[in-house]
Design a binder for this molecule. Structure first.
Ligand code: SF4
Length: 254
């Protein structure tokens, strides 16, 4: 037995390129993550991003990572972690960049369905939901967690710093269309940053658009962990609670 096979037999962890976790998360339970892009392939450069700055925003959709490679890695993980795999609540497509930029996302969701009874979640910045083919690709997921930090173009450019080709109106329309076409759950995530998108006036406008989108849940968050940007501050608990009440029953702070 060579040393590599011996390490495997002794229970050393497999080396994974696309799969991470599983992690126990408050909102998803036990969730195994899959990254569909290399590091920081994203069409946003959010001020609160925990992955650091986006060197160059990229909006092109392509096969950044081959689906066959991800599926093969997932099969290995499931075989090697047979007991733990039965406890997974979700397999979550998210990771090191924006997952919908990978053109293989729809095929990957179908393959995951064949391999595991866990539910499939997609965490997305919502930038590509204006494209019918992207919404169609996500149709077999159980849960989509899209972001909507603002409904104002100027604030959008300050907080999410998108690629020049992306506009907030397109994202809002994409979310409304997603609600019409998608039969799974939609949990809309709103990241609130002090002094940027937390004014009463902005929250009132945000509420109007969220009513049109009609998600199953609205989840408020504020950047509590370290970000690469200076001056990105979280809201205090009272302010978050105040906004939660304004946005109504479906809204929770997590
Ligand atoms: S969309 Fe996500 S990955 Fe992209 S910059 Fe924003 S937080 Fe980071």
């Amino acid at each position: 037995m060579d040393s590599r096979r011996r390490r495997h037999a002794e229970g050393a962890p497999l080396i994974m390129r696309y799969i991470y976790g599983p992690v126990q998360s408050r909102r998803l339970g036990l969730s195994l993550g899959i990254s569909l892009t290399p590091w920081k392939i994203c069409n946003f450069d959010c001020v609160y991003c925990q992955l650091g700055p986006t060197r160059q925003t990229i909006s092109e959709r392509k096969a950044y990572v081959p689906v066959e490679d991800i599926v093969s890695e997932l099969k290995s993980w499931l075989a090697y972690n047979a007991e733990e795999s039965t406890k997974l609540n979700f397999i979550t497509l998210s990771g090191m960049g924006e997952p919908t930029l990978n053109t293989g996302i729809g095929e990957l969701i179908k393959e995951i369905r064949k391999l595991s009874p866990a539910k499939v979640a997609v965490i997305t910045n919502a930038s590509k939901l204006s494209e019918p083919s992207v919404r169609q690709a996500l149709v077999n997921a159980d849960l989509i967690v899209p972001s909507l930090d603002t409904v104002d173009e100027e604030i959008f450019r300050k907080i999410d710093r998108p690629d020049g080709s992306i506009h907030i109106e397109g994202i809002i329309n994409g979310l409304i269309a997603l609600r019409r076409e998608f039969h799974g759950a939609i949990w809309l995530e709103v990241m609130l940053v002090k002094g940027i998108n937390d004014s009463r006036e902005h929250i009132r406008k945000l509420k109007e658009k969220i009513q049109l989108i009609n998600p199953d849940k609205i989840q408020l968050n504020s950047p509590v962990r370290t970000t690469a940007e200076i001056g990105v501050e979280a809201l205090d608990k009272e302010k978050l609670e105040d906004i939660r009440k304004t946005l109504g029953d479906k809204c929770e702070v997590y």
